[in-house]
Design a protein around this ligand. Structure first.
Ligand SMILES: Nc1ncnc2c1ncn2[C@@H]1O[C@H](COP(=O)(O)OP(=O)(O)O)[C@@H](O)[C@H]1O
Ligand SMILES: [Mg+2]
Length: 321
């Protein structure tokens, strides 16, 4: 979709002032994000930043009273926090698809892959057993599974990790979701096929003109594959904006740290910035990044910076240059 169309279209997903508490700890702290139809967003941050938590909250798998929710999550203007489970079931796997990190854990070992791909087609689209099976074959072909008719009857453990991931992609996209949430969709796979699977997901997302949120920990990869980037640190979005600009000229010190890690060390596994994410039960009062930030001043330790709009970006920092 053209950028101009995206900018003016009504939001598909609107997250505003959204917080998620586990006990007293704010795992997500006043998160704000807007995703428009056809747009792809990379949600980037170190392990423990709250990326998966946000994805799970959007898809309604983290709900009250298990966790505390405040603020709002809207899908096509419909409020998702507090939505009845029966209504959520109509969205999940239908209008919102989910690809988890680990297909082995997500697929049911007791059912054939054919049955698992056919299930959402029968439940959400009301296809007959025969039609769902035929559609499953088409979907398996579209995600590059060879000999789909033969593999319909395979159980997950009979397939390689890459093939299982393809099955999960087929399930997530079976009902042509408007929104796809892909949580580190390739990190459990061999590096040799990671790029191939990523390309496959992107190709399918584009073909369906869906929107997608890709949870990734690699800023460069995120910028390469997504229209926009949101950088998350310790449950807060610190910077959000168009990918090329965020990567070329990061405004938040944390984004800058992530970028220098990629550029200088060429690996996402290394600690990008000295220090560690503070534990959930001991989050700093002010900016959560302040204890690790080279630019931190008293105000940073005292008060949380509100996100500010700068050059079409949202940045939460007291000292944006
Ligand atoms: N089931 C859980 N119970 C308690 N704490 C959890 C649970 N899942 C995640 N957390 C905590 O929530 C925070 C965010 O985790 P997560 O969303 O998995 O981060 P990410 O996906 O960015 O690595 C972490 O501090 C993590 O320890
Ligand atoms: Mg995660």
């Amino acid at each position: 979709m053209q950028t101009a169309t995206i900018q003016t279209a009504a939001p598909l997903l609107e997250v505003s002032d959204f917080s998620l508490h586990r006990g007293a700890a704010a795992v997500l702290d006043r998160v704000g994000l807007t995703l428009r139809p056809g747009e792809t967003l990379g949600l980037i941050g170190e392990s423990g930043a709250g990326k998966s938590t946000l994805a799970m909250a959007v898809i309604g798998l983290l709900r009250e009273p298990e966790v505390g929710l405040s603020g709002s999550l809207r899908f096509h203007g419909e409020e998702l926090t507090g939505l009845a489970e029966a209504r959520y079931r109509k969205l999940r796997g239908n209008r919102i698809g989910l690809i988890f990190q680990d297909a082995t854990a997500a697929l049911n070992p007791c059912y054939t892959v054919g049955a698992q791909i056919a299930e959402p087609l029968r439940r959400h689209l009301g296809l007959s057993k025969w039609d769902a099976r035929e559609r499953a074959v088409e979907l398996m072909t579209s995600v590059g599974i060879p000999e789909p008719r033969l593999r319909l009857n395979a159980y997950p453990h009979e397939l390689s990790g890459g093939m299982q991931q393809r099955v999960m992609i087929a399930i997530a996209l079976a009902c042509n979701p408007e929104l796809l949430l892909a949580d580190e969709p390739t990190s459990a796979l061999d590096v040799t096929i990671q790029a191939q699977i990523m390309e496959l997901i992107l190709e399918r997302v584009r073909a369906l003109n869906s929107s997608a949120i890709f949870v990734l920990h690699d800023l460069a990869l995120g910028a390469q594959v997504c229209d926009r980037i949101a950088v998350m640190y310790a449950g807060q979005i610190v910077e959000e904006g168009p990918s090329a600009e965020v990567l070329a000229r990061p405004l938040h010190p944390y984004t800058r740290g992530l970028k220098s890690c990629v550029v200088e060390l060429g690996s996402e596994d290394l600690q990008p910035i000295p220090g560690q994410v503070p534990p959930l039960n001991a989050m700093p009062e002010g900016c959560r990044f302040a204890p690790r930030c080279p630019k931190a001043q008293d105000v940073c330790r005292r008060e949380r910076p509100a996100p500010e709009t700068r050059d079409g970006r949202q940045v939460a920092c007291w000292f944006i240059d």
